[in-house]
Design a binder for this molecule. Sequence first.
Ligand SMILES: [Zn+2]
Length: 343
Amino acid sequence: MLSIDMEYILHIANKLLSVPSPSGYTDNVMKIIEEELKSFNVKFQYTKKHALIGFINGKDNTYKKMISAHVDTIGAVVEKIKDNGRLKLSNIGRLNWSSLEGENLKVITNDNKEYDGTLIPTKASVHIYPIKDIETPRSSENMEVRLDEDVKTKKETEDLGITPGDFVFFDTRTKLTKTGYLKSRYLDAKLCVAQLLGYIKFLSDNKILPNTDLYIYFSNYEEIGHGISFFPNGLNEFISLDVGLANNGTSGDEKKVSICAKDSRTVYDYNLKKRLIASAEENEINYTVDIYNKYGSDASVAISQGHDFVCGCIGPAIDASHHYERTHLDGVAETIKLLLAYL
Ligand SMILES: [Zn+2]
């Protein structure tokens, strides 16, 4: 029985999570993927907007599948430097501001200087402000970056070289528990990228071909809605490997793979969904089928642009998406098993 190299998947997931990649700042993380693809002898090319597409010949060359996982994450940039020398931020993607309260971060300037800081509410101290001010819902308006530099004025912060548009990288607090739970910011979708690389490694280690020709798209603008911009000729089907949702009233489970039937943009292809379910059933893979009402994927965006192929969406179910996320290694493995079974 061939086994999935979970050690590699965790290693590469950690490596990807340690390199910040908010949408618009993904070149460094793409380099890691490029190196992995080279080591597996997978042909690849960059798109003009710096996404990576790998290609693997399959047993059947008459049917073409594409699978994507996005390397970009939600995040923030500096919007302006305030008179008190602190920074107001602007969100990248659907940020939950309260999830970042008290989080340490780095600001990177155009000349690659990095500065430490923390995102805190403008009224943080209980010894100074009344409780009604302290409990105000969090937004970009009432949170600011306190830089760990001797700056008290706008001019002093400007003198550090910080300007509007500079990227901000939040600590991911990545942690694997003894019980097999993986916790981190940005499991969405760096974990999926790690799973795709784990899938490719499995093919390479065991000299297995996918069932059909396969394009593997590492997209870099998913979180802001324009992840996929290159479509291979004659593509028959496109699956997004992206996080599923667990708990909180969904049927998703951190120890299972999620198959998405419908998101906020579209119903996914009925027959493709049934083929995914059949693959899971035949191979005794633990799965759930879910509907996500406030969710989109690279595949559902692509299909909404009017392209002629069928689309699907699967992935590891995570708890508290776009917050401090969590999933379980069992679910990570079930997802890769489904990739192996279906692709
Ligand atoms: Zn995602």
